[in-house]
Write a protein that binds this ligand. Structure first.
Ligand code: GDP
Ligand code: MG
Length: 371
């Protein structure tokens, strides 16, 4: 704890024990020279002597990690691709739309290749890139929001034209609003004979989403994940929205990102997919994410290819963690090899300590309730 004995305080501030004990007495604190007083009390006593008492800065590895971080100078920033999450009610076509986009954008050379599932993929549209998060929209939002991370730039809300707004549609809108992420509406299943896009637009107005052609500001694109109708328009609208957001990052710094998926592979050990949010991650970099640390042994992109580096907004699978991090964990590459290990050790210790404190508290409570 954060306590000090009266004796130690005497030495620290050069006042006699009796002077300090007298001040404490006036504060209603019956202390002796051996009493421990907490930081706030010590501060009160000191302020009476017109001495400012400051908490010593803890020299932790975590603090060193934070100190390494910096704001990028404007001139080092470059445009980065948008990161998009697809949300919406079950069966409205999220998976179908993601699949259609992925398949229709595979370039000739890749066509025969194995597309690996790493929880996100990037497509080329008119020479520009868009990254789609392929994790269930809600999970992506809740896991990351709980940790204060925000991986998504734009949410595409899929609403089936034959079913309109449903409970999870509303939930999705609320998630996006809470995260302050702009929403583009994809009115899906337009190929169906009973598709009724006007009803979707009407229903959405109740939730503050008014489509542009209805005089509002929400981009709404009719699509079909089956025929592919409107999908190119949707991609263009995503890029347009991205331009308005002026998304930027500094590719010339150590990589920083968020874990979007992680698992233990029998043969290859812990595997984690990171979405780079800033900087560039290289093979050989020291990394930390949650309680896992290590050195990047290999990077595998969304096409299953080994790559030597990954830049801003790129998803990449990392081999080299000593443990499996959790989705939503922040990943940071550090210049100092020992630092990542130390930070992980510290974090483990901290969890252990708080667990032990909880256990101690519980056994105390048990003790008292049994009296
Ligand atoms: P998710 O639960 O939102 O991921 O929805 P799915 O992508 O699994 O789609 C649910 C069902 O709707 C599947 O049977 C799809 O084949 C079908 N579906 C999805 N998109 C379309 C579409 O644009 N048109 C039609 N006719 N069916 C679709
Ligand atoms: Mg699905």
């Amino acid at each position: 704890g954060d306590t000090i004995t009266v004796r130690d305080l005497t030495e620290k501030i050069g006042k006699s024990a009796s002077e300090i004990i007298k001040k404490l007495f006036l504060l209603g604190n019956m202390a002796t020279i051996n009493s421990e007083i907490d930081f706030d009390t010590a501060q009160l006593v000191c302020s009476d002597f017109e001495i400012t008492l400051e908490r010593k800065q803890e020299q932790t590895a975590e603090a060193a990690l934070v100190a390494e971080d910096f704001d990028d100078a404007e001139e080092n920033l470059q445009p980065r691709p948008p990161v998009v999450t697809i949300m919406g009610h079950v069966d409205h076509g999220k998976t179908s739309l993601l699949d259609y986009i992925r398949k229709s954008r595979v370039t000739a050379g890749e066509a025969g290749g194995i597309t690996q599932h790493i929880g996100a993929y990037t497509v080329d549209v008119d020479g520009r890139k868009i990254t789609f998060l392929d994790t269930p929209g809600h999970e992506a939002f809740t896991a990351m929001r709980a940790r204060g991370t925000q991986a998504t730039d734009i949410a595409v809300l899929v609403v089936a034209a034959d079913d309109s707004v449903m409970p999870q549609t509303v939930e999705s809108i609320n998630h996006a609003k809470a995260a302050e992420v702009p929403v583009i509406v994809a009115i899906n299943k337009m190929d169906k004979p009973d598709a009724n896009p006007d009803r979707v637009k009407q229903d959405l107005t109740q939730y503050g989403l008014v489509c542009e052609d209805w005089g509002g500001e929400t981009i709404c694109v009719p699509v079909s994940a089956v025929t592919g109708q409107g999908v190119d328009d949707l991609l263009e609208m995503i890029l347009l929205q991205a331009d308005m957001l002026q998304l930027q990052a500094n590719p010339n710094r150590l990589g920083k990102g968020v874990i979007i998926e992680a698992k233990l592979d029998k043969a290859r050990g812990p595997l984690a997919t990171v979405l780079l949010q800033n900087g560039t991650l290289h093979v050989g970099d020291s990394i930390i994410a949650g309680l896992a640390s290590g050195k990047v042994r290999a990077l595998i992109n969304d096409k299953g290819e080994r790559v030597s580096e990954a830049g801003p907004s790129m998803p990449v699978e990392i081999m080299g963690f000593d443990d499996v991090p959790s989705a939503g964990d922040e990943m940071i590459a550090v210049g100092d090899d020992h630092l990542s290990r130390q930070v992980a050790d510290e974090r483990r210790e901290k969890i252990k300590a708080s667990r032990e404190a909880t256990m101690a508290k519980m056994s105390m409570e048990n003790l008292f309730s049994s009296i």
